[in-house]
Design a protein around this ligand. Structure first.
Ligand code: HEM
Length: 443
């Protein structure tokens, strides 16, 4: 080592063979925050046979914004999605990335959601009513199905329910094999996965062909944008890249949005005073129109506070292309890094009394300073943030208006599991009944 070269970041003690795998597969956000407090803004963790450098805290978020493009690639983390489904916005860099991002952004915008509002609300209402009478509803699974349908209707005008199982299992397996390292990459050669992958690719191809032959004449949605898209040199994208664009919303949204809904429901059940305020806000007006949802401060506060305390995607996974120094340590080329963008959410210097669930927090300054970052920061920041926030308000508004929900075993603590992102897990079940005293509003 050269005399003036900095040392590598300190390693977090772990157990033989597994390293830090157990906390990383459980409440990963809690583990990252605790370790940041003990060890500072940069440290190394080991999970099974993989090792990662974790960068966390305000300076890490700033670093990702200012230097991410120069020193990182996402190819190793997200390359599997590109190879398997041609979803390449995550792995592109520079001009080609900015160009494709712009084309996708138009196809997943809040405006598109506004244009399809009645259809999205109809499926939301119908789905939530179908839960009535279930004494042990598996929350995450049901919200994944609902999120897939809502996103599919917004992006394409049609339901994806017939393909839900393939979409969920194939995307989760790719993430678990490429990002979390839970499975070796060889699982992607399993016949069952190959079959699901072929069906998903055919589903996207057919949806595009159908749209090309029968334009809707309605607002340009993700399918229209994918069909019309050209690359940064004005050349048409190959058909497989268009199919990847059409699939992007399912991949990015099914789990993350469902995890957010699940944590929001948990927060409402744990904080009855918040439920009362949200319900009063929903009951105070008429139908849940797109315009009305803009003016629901308690519900907006619930969405933002849930994303603060329970971020469904708490980090950005990268590989170092050019060695750099960070906070007094050397991070070598080739190292895998996770920028734990949501760690500041639980630090008192940024959020006073961070353990208090408070829907009245003012997030404006924290957003500006990039210490509130549930959708990450920098050039690859989430494109679905706007749509997600509106959908989350609408879904919870409909739920509290229609249903009464209870925890069958309130004494049981929430056990967060990270497969592939942090979520309340399969054991999170609720008893659902119709809300008797609901006001009679037609949506
Ligand atoms: C609660 C919901 C969601 C959360 C927490 C979330 C979180 C994130 C995060 C943290 C990233 C950055 C990944 C990275 O840095 O490598 C990201 C990227 C992205 N998200 Fe989301 N997301 C959500 C929903 C959605 C939805 C509904 C869409 C719909 C299309 C979407 C589309 C995207 C896309 C296209 C990117 C890649 C952007 C790029 O690489 O330039 N997300 N998301």
């Amino acid at each position: 080592m050269a005399v003036d070269q900095l040392a590598p970041p300190p390693a977090v003690p772990g157990i033989p063979l597994l390293g830090n795998a157990l906390p990383m597969m459980g409440d990963v956000q809690g583990f990252l925050v605790d370790t940041y407090r003990r060890m500072g803004p940069v440290f190394q963790v080991r999970a099974l046979n993989q090792s990662f450098v974790i960068m966390a805290g305000e300076s890490a978020n700033r670093f990702l914004i200012e230097h991410g493009e120069a020193v990182f690639t996402s190819a190793e983390s997200f390359g599997g999605l590109d190879q398997q489904f041609n979803m390449r916005v995550h792995v592109l860099r520079g001009r080609p990335h900015r160009h494709l991002r712009k084309q996708l952004a138009a196809g997943v915008s809040r405006d598109l959601l506004a244009a399809r509002w009645d259809d999205v609300m109809a499926v939301t209402d119908r789905t939530l009513r179908s839960w009535e009478g279930d004494p042990a509803l598996p929350v995450v699974d049901r919200f994944q199905r609902l999120a897939a349908d809502q996103l599919s209707i917004a992006f394409t005008g049609a339901s994806s329910a017939a393909r839900f199982e393939q979409l969920r299992s194939a995307f989760e397996l790719v993430l678990d094999a490429t990002i979390t390292g839970k499975w070796p990459r060889a699982v992607l050669r399993w016949p069952a996965h190959r079959r699901a992958r072929a069906e998903i690719l055919a589903f996207a191809r057919e949806a595009l062909e159908q749209r090309a032959q029968h334009p809707t004449g309605g607002p340009a949605d993700l399918l229209d944008r994918a069909l019309a898209a050209t690359d940064e040199n004005g050349q048409p994208y190959p058909p497989e890249v268009r199919a990847g664009m059409a699939l992007q919303g399912y991949f990015a949204g099914i789990n993350t949005v469902a995890y957010l809904y699940s944590f929001m429901l948990y927060a409402l059940l744990r904080h009855p005073e918040v439920l009362d305020r949200v319900r009063a806000e929903v009951d105070a007006g008429g139908p849940l129109t797109f315009e009305r949802l803009r003016d629901m401060p308690a519900l907006h506060g619930l969405v933002l506070e849930t994303l603060r305390v329970y971020p469904p995607a708490p980090g950005s996974a990268r590989t170092v292309t050019k060695a750099f120094d960070f906070e007094g340590f050397r991070i070598e080329q080739g190292r895998r890094v996770i920028v734990a963008a949501s760690v500041p959410h639980l630090l008192p210097e940024h959020f006073p009394e961070p353990e208090r669930f408070d829907i009245d927090r003012d997030f404006a300054a924290a957003r500006k300073a990039s210490v509130y970052a549930p959708f990450s920061v920098g050039g690859h920041t989430c494109l679905g943030a706007g749509m997600t926030e509106v959908l989350a308000v609408a879904t919870m508004a409909t739920l509290v208006r229609r249903l009464t929900v209870e925890l069958p075993r309130p004494e049981r603590p929430l056990r967060i599991t990270a497969t592939p992102g942090p979520n309340p897990g399969k054991r999170f079940k609720v008893a659902v009944s119709s809300r008797q005293e609901q006001a009679d509003y037609s949506t």
